[in-house]
Design a protein. Structure first.
Length: 280
């Protein structure tokens, strides 16, 4: 079975890609492209509409045309292509041109690769986090583009600390997100009967996420500025992204979370909603 496939938008249809990305494409030359990653589970693209909406919003913000025709073709492709479970990535490239010039002829490429998804045992066990010492000092953390070196560097730093993921802070000490996913915290509040589910505010610059968007529609998630002290108060924590879904956290810098039942319950609700509960 193939472990990698690719397609290209030719201006009319999305067809199998036989190679030949132009070296003049700014996506290749400068990393000037956007991407969205969609989980294919049981041959179904999860949260496809959310991903397309995020890509459209990112394209508008970054000045890369994303036509209705292309969006429609992508929608048809996602719901008709027969591919096995794995990760499908949509790349929207700036195409040829000089630095800073308007984008006139954007390119669109798609790739699929086979990948292992977390099992029920993985969800029960959870992952480990570390609070990264180096803050992110620039702009554009939440933009999923070809300039992803800072995310990879943050993930590498976490793994060198023997953790699965790392929590990234900004220059003011606010939590942005994890290296490769969004962060959820269950924090006890004096006037609340149960812990409040929080995520970092958009003002902190986290990346947009289809899983997080879905969660906000199906449960109460409160956005606010969060800090390392909030992380220390949390009784449960989870990381979300397309591959992990909702992944409970078991430990932060070696410290066991007091009540991971909150994150485990939400993880199971997410899997159940997509017909994946009990599936490897």
């Amino acid at each position: 079975m193939a472990s990698w496939k690719a397609w290209r938008w030719d201006g009319t249809e999305i067809r199998p890609f036989r190679g030949g990305i132009s070296l003049a494409d700014r996506g290749f030359r400068y990393g000037q492209h956007l991407f969205e990653t969609i989980a294919i589970r049981r041959r179904t693209p999860l949260l496809a509409e959310d991903h397309l909406a995020i890509l459209a919003a990112s394209a508008k913000r970054e000045g890369i045309p994303f036509s209705r025709t292309l969006a429609a073709r992508l929608r048809v492709f996602l719901h008709s292509v027969a591919i096995a479970d794995g990760m499908l990535r949509i790349y929207l490239s700036a195409g040829p041109g000089s630095p800073g010039s308007p984008v006139r002829t954007p390119g669109c490429y798609l790739t699929w690769e086979s990948i292992e998804f977390p099992t029920s045992a993985d969800v029960e066990r959870g992952i480990t986090l570390t609070l990264l010492k180096k803050p992110f000092l620039g702009e554009g953390w939440g933009v999923k583009s070809g300039n992803y070196a800072v995310h990879i560097g943050a993930l590498d730093a976490a793994r060198k600390s023997e953790a699965d993921e790392g929590v990234v802070l900004d220059a003011q000490g606010r939590i942005i997100s994890c290296a490769m996913g969004n962060l959820l915290l269950w924090v006890p509040e004096i006037k609340a009967h149960s812990p409040i589910l929080y995520c970092p505010s958009q003002a902190s610059g986290p990346r947009s996420g289809a899983v997080l968007s879905w969660l906000k529609r199906h449960t109460r998630v409160v956005e606010r500025e969060l800090s390392a002290s909030d992380l220390g108060k949390a009784v449960a924590v989870a990381v979300t992204n397309s591959r992990l879904g909702v992944m409970p956290v078991s430990r932060i810098d070696g410290k066991k979370l007091p009540d991971p039942s909150h994150s485990r319950t939400l993880a199971k609700e997410y899997l159940q909603a997509h017909g994946l509960l009990g599936k490897s």
